[in-house]
Design a protein around this ligand. Structure first.
Ligand code: NAD
Ligand code: UGA
Length: 467
């Protein structure tokens, strides 16, 4: 097959947008069109003012500015882009199913199937289809069956090319990926398709970092990578509770074990719990697949990672209520941070949502400040949980743009996201303007506990017990 000249990506979200922007930026001779059914999202991707892009990622605005309008396009014309492309990435959402068989566990593949059917009905020339979305192992089989039954003589090769970028560092992760994984058939046409995709990434990454495997290994490796990463967070969070009761310091424990080169230092930061759109969804999916094959011990093993994470969020919220003399009703509590991690505006599955929900059920009055998350988003996240009516949520929660105003007259502050700016605040000034005793709950262990105690705060830091 000739080299790729025209790429289409279906899905202009947190993965499709940044990934395609980097491909376009690094491959100026390839035309890249990112399509989505969400008109508002596409309009935002096309906004002249790059600070209004729908995804906030450090460095993304520059990459988009360089390529957009030259060889990078965002459009709602899905059929046209499919028709013109020789390679189509599917990068649509694959959320946990909320209905029917596998409800609450399996991945909902309806958006993937819709894409496959649309490609099948529009395509007039041979195409390489690339699974970019995270999918259950053996999804490519279903895609192949749908695509190969069109009867119009068009040939499709299906590749799995999962994405490993993390939000907040997406551009750097894409430009300097540890590895690219490409799964495909070992038939002659499968090998040609794999090579075509290898050639795209080889524009900027050394060939040794581009791994090729069979399709099933590639699909399963993506779920496995996320499960291992989340497992490390749950493991250190489990130890954080033990540290608190024994007087150990979880940061010291992390450092002590992380210097063992077999363990390594990354993903050992204790926190109020992991969030994000993928860890929970992908582990649940893995658990579901294991159960489907009757592997109950395997399923139980991985499910424990989620159980631990839920426990971590809950105990953080419970500790706030307990510390505030067992009642937070009518008390102002300030939440610093709402995003699931720093440097992103994404709030999906953020621990902050669950902590807020618990405190609101205890009738606390919450004020939220996050440098990148809007009031509309905070309210939408709470409304989605359906714990209270929309009216009640609006009565009990306020979102403000100024951190000092957010903390004024509060009984307590809870740090939910590890934004760097929180470390730079004038904490004495904040303390002066709070009700006393002034409580501070650091769910990310980012603030200087000794200094805050000197100022007069009653400080609780995740994973640090009294000596
Ligand atoms: P997202 O929800 O941000 O974006 C998905 C987009 O697909 C939406 O804009 C939606 O409108 C669009 N879409 C859905 N069906 C469509 C259709 N039929 N035609 C056109 N557009 C359609 O999701 P995301 O975070 O970008 O994740 C996409 C996939 O990538 C998921 O499978 C996820 O597990 C995986 N992933 C995500 C990340 C991450 O950091 N967010 C990282 C690696 C992998
Ligand atoms: C994660 C993976 O890191 C990516 O490789 C993967 O592509 C992506 O999921 C995906 O499939 O969606 P992401 O969720 O964007 O990326 O962000 P992470 O940096 O992994 O953080 C996830 C959560 O774990 C965050 O809430 C973060 O605060 C928390 N975390 C992370 C900790 O609490 N402690 C740590 O040491 C590391």
């Amino acid at each position: 097959m000739k080299s790729i000249k025209n790429i289409c990506c279906i899905g202009a979200g947190y993965v499709g947008g940044p990934t395609m922007s980097v491909i376009a930026f690094k491959c100026p001779e390839i035309k890249v069109t990112v399509v989505d059914i969400n008109e508002k999202r596409i309009a935002a991707w096309n906004d002249e003012d790059v600070s209004k892009l729908p995804v906030y990622e450090p460095g993304l605005d520059e990459v988009v500015k360089q390529a957009r309008g030259k060889n990078l396009f965002f459009s709602t014309e899905v059929d046209k882009a499919i028709d013109e492309a020789d390679m189509i990435f599917i990068s649509v959402n694959t959320p946990t199913k909320t209905y029917g068989i596998g409800k609450g566990m399996a991945a909902d593949l309806k958006y993937i199937e819709l894409c496959a059917r649309q490609i099948a009905s529009v395509a007039k020339t041979d195409k390489i289809i690339v699974e970019k979305s995270t999918l259950p192992v053996r999804t490519a089989e279903a895609l192949k069956t749908i695509l190969n039954n069109t009867g119009n003589g068009v040939k499709f090769e299906i590749l799995s090319n999962p994405e490993f970028l993390a939000e907040g560092t997406a551009i750097d992760d894409l430009l300097n990926a540890d590895r690219i994984l490409i799964g495909g058939d070992s038939t002659p046409s499968g090998e040609i398709a794999k090579q075509a995709l290898v050639d795209v990434y080889a524009h900027w990454l050394p060939k040794e970092r581009i791994l090729t495997t069979n399709v099933w290994s590639s699909e399963l490796s993506k779920l496995t990578a996320n499960a291992f990463l989340a497992q490390r967070v749950s493991s250190i969070n489990a130890l954080s509770e033990l540290c608190e009761v024994t007087g150990a310091d979880v940061n010291e424990v992390s450092r002590a074990i992380g210097t063992d080169s077999r363990i390594g230092p990354k993903f050992l930061k204790a926190s109020v719990g992991f969030g994000g759109s993928c860890f929970q969804k992908d582990i649940l999916n893995l658990v579901y697949i294991a159960k489907t094959y009757g592997l109950n011990e395997v399923a139980d093993y991985w499910e424990q990672v989620i159980i631990m994470n839920d426990h971590q969020k809950l105990r953080f919220a419970q500790n706030i209520v307990k510390s505030l003399f067992n009642t937070v009703s009518g008390k102002k509590i300030t939440m610093l941070g709402w995003a699931f991690k720093k440097d992103t505006n994404d709030t999906r599955e953020s621990a902050a949502i669950y902590v807020a929900d618990y405190l609101l059920n205890e009738m606390a009055e919450l004020t939220v400040y996050d440098p990148k998350v809007s009031e509309e988003q905070v309210l939408a996240d709470l409304d989605y949980l359906n714990s209270r009516s929309e009216n009640e949520n609006r009565k009990l929660i306020k979102v403000v743009n100024d951190p000092y105003e957010a903390c004024k007259d509060a009984h307590a502050i809870a740090v939910l996201t590890e934004w760097d700016e929180f470390k730079t605040y004038d904490w004495s000034k904040i303390h002066d303007n709070m009700l006393k005793p002034a409580f501070l709950f650091d769910g990310r262990a980012i603030l200087d506990m000794d200094k805050l105690e000197e100022i007069g705060f009653q400080v609780y830091t995740i994973g640090i017990g009294a000596e």
